[in-house]
Design a binder for this molecule. Sequence first.
Ligand SMILES: *Cc1c(COP(=O)(O)O)cnc(C)c1O
Length: 412
Amino acid sequence: MIRRTLSGAELVEKAEACLGEVFKGFEDVALRNQNKVLDAFQASCVGLRHFSPSSGYGYDDMGRDTLGEVFAKGLGTEDALVRPQLMSGTHALAVTLFGLLSPGKELLVATGKPYDTLLETIGVRGDSPGSLKSWGVSYKQIELAETGGIDVEALKRAVSSRTGVVHLQRSRGYAWRGALSVDELEGAIRIVREANSSAFVLIDNCYGEFTEPGEPVGADVLVGSLIKNPGGGIAPTGGYIAGRREALERLAERLSAPGVGREIGSYAGSYQPFYQGFFMAPHVVCQSLKTAALFAKVFEELGMRTHPKSDARRSDIIQAIRFGEPEQLVRFCRSVQSASPIDSFVVPEAWEMPGYEHKVIMAAGAFVQGASIEFSADAPMREPYTAYLQGALTYEHGKLAAIRAAEELLQP
Ligand SMILES: *Cc1c(COP(=O)(O)O)cnc(C)c1O
């Protein structure tokens, strides 16, 4: 299957030469998003004073509050909570689910099996005493249609007066499916609104930010992680919840405590990396998209199946590559690790990660621990042995890593 006539470097050059149009598309998206983010900074009159740390309760912390404003404007929502106290994407999603749902209500996930780490939060897996299930929230899941899109008819049928939240996951996560486009998500939101105007619509926007010229409009909340796209590789931790003011008021009370809501929350470090990361994010996402398309093209040439294809439109930064057998998958992940700036000397092994169902092998040589806007790969050790590659702070790094990965897999 694998052709050995070219070296890794030649193969990558050849692949890159085919991708001019594709890259131009990503750059156009980045330009439009950069413009929006720049406007957001200027409209909020961001100054050096916003970077100052705060302490204690954090009353009147203007660095924190203005950061929320900038995110809201940049993402096109009414309001946003952006906090280092949102510890990860999963935590931001759990705060949102518990904040918008109540016992007796139903959570409806309309995009197939949700991201692995949410299964225990919902109570689909395990018997955590803190799950939504244990709290009396029921769960319904609609599989994606054969075409890979949302099953619109099933969604219409499934929304009822009990539906408290309709959850839509934009990214493919660890699944062999496409990311849902902003258009498609907006179509689904309209359907939910018609069927039950009081249900909240939540979009798990992880990995999707800035991959298209705008974020989905009309949802109650968009939720994501700052060690992915919107942190631009610079934010050291945190998450965001952006959306309608009414929903965010409820969620602020869930995040801190009823009565104090968004008024508290201090940060003894500087807010500067959060602002700078958001400013960098459209560009860094573009670097990641180019890296993803390059890997897709190279591995297509090597005879692997890829999802999305190298020339596809994208709505997340993830590139799935199917190896079909464990040995090549492990070699691939090790080559990703060894091409990283940090911990390049470490040899990844598959392990039981908290929140995941199968053993996972992870290549993560990142400046920020676990940051997947940085060049990284994850692969659950299960058939058909698919690696999910994401991130790259610079395309040049992505390209060098592609050369090394190709060299590795060209070896017998
Ligand atoms: C990463 C991710 C999450 C969880 O975020 P963590 O920061 O890893 O907790 C949830 N949903 C999707 C689609 C993700 O990609």
